[in-house]
Design a protein around this ligand. Structure first.
Ligand SMILES: NC(=O)c1ccc[n+]([C@@H]2O[C@H](COP(=O)([O-])OP(=O)(O)OC[C@H]3O[C@@H](n4cnc5c(N)ncnc54)[C@H](OP(=O)(O)O)[C@@H]3O)[C@@H](O)[C@H]2O)c1
Length: 221
């Protein structure tokens, strides 16, 4: 049976795209918010987009999203720790996906912030040490992620200190047509992945596009 997926901060572009994509793929999805009514409104709009395929998508408070089998944290980076800490009992032992990037804008240029623990994912792990934190989806543009009828045409870098949890997330990525999860090391790799997202956004700005990452040379085993 498909795992349920909760999205904390699901009302933004990133979280709602993950929510609609996995609801379309048949998962039960709980799109979370600090305000249940806001989540219910966004979920209703997405259900309408999905037509008959959207019955398994609901909106609720973040705390309800945290009860799902797999939980995605899709808030801005500076809200992550304060958001997940009160949910630590629900998140303990679960695969928790960190997709937040700590970036800043300087005119037309994006830069990466250097965080004390290295990455947003490592801050999340320090706030909820019993969660199986996996960093993924940082560099996937929300728009393409949310276009459920279209293949994604992207590799998705996945890293974690929990190898089994990373495999779970890599397989979840692989459910999206055209997407491939690429195992990219321990959670310490998250800093580079989050930072690289600033570089990709700069490329997007310069070339007026939305790039996707595709690595060559990986032989399928
Ligand atoms: N946008 C993209 O294309 C994209 C792609 C990959 C990764 N990301 C990353 O994913 C994360 C979310 O991106 P986004 O563009 O969706 O961001 P966003 O729209 O700014 O925020 C997402 C949601 O987080 C909640 N939120 C806002 N401030 C918060 C706070 N201080 N504490 C707790 N919750 C807060 C809000 O929901 P409620 O008010 O309903 O609670 C908001 O709708 C970011 O860290 C970003 O770097 C974004």
């Amino acid at each position: 049976m498909a795992q349920s997926i909760g999205v904390i901060g699901g009302t933004g572009p990133a979280g709602s795209s993950i929510a609609v994509r996995y609801a379309y793929l048949g998962h039960r999805v709980v799109l979370g918010s600090r305000e249940a009514a806001r989540a219910q409104g966004v979920a209703a709009d997405l259900r309408e987009r999905l037509g008959g395929a959207g019955a398994n998508l609901e909106g609720a408070e973040n705390a309800a999203a945290a009860l799902c089998d797999i939980v995605v944290v899709a808030t801005p980076w500076d809200g992550v720790e304060a958001t997940v800490r009160p949910l630590s009992a629900a998140l303990a032992g679960k695969v928790v996906i960190s997709m937040a990037n700590a970036l800043y804008r300087d005119g037309r240029n994006m830069g990466a912030l250097m965080l004390p623990r290295g990455s947003v994912a490592e801050h999340l792990r320090s706030a909820v040490p019993e969660a199986r934190v996996v960093a993924a989806f940082h560099h996937v543009p929300a728009k393409e992620l949310g276009m459920v009828g279209e293949p994604l045409h992207s590799d998705v870098l996945v890293c974690s200190d929990d190898a089994a949890a990373a495999e779970v997330v890599s397989a979840l990525v692989g459910e999206i047509p055209g997407a491939r999860g690429v195992l990219a090391g321990n959670l310490s790799a998250a800093a580079a992945i989050e930072g690289m997202t600033a570089v990709l956004i700069n490329v997007n700005i310069r070339y007026k596009t939305r790039t996707s990452l595709q690595l060559s040379g990986i032989r399928e085993s």
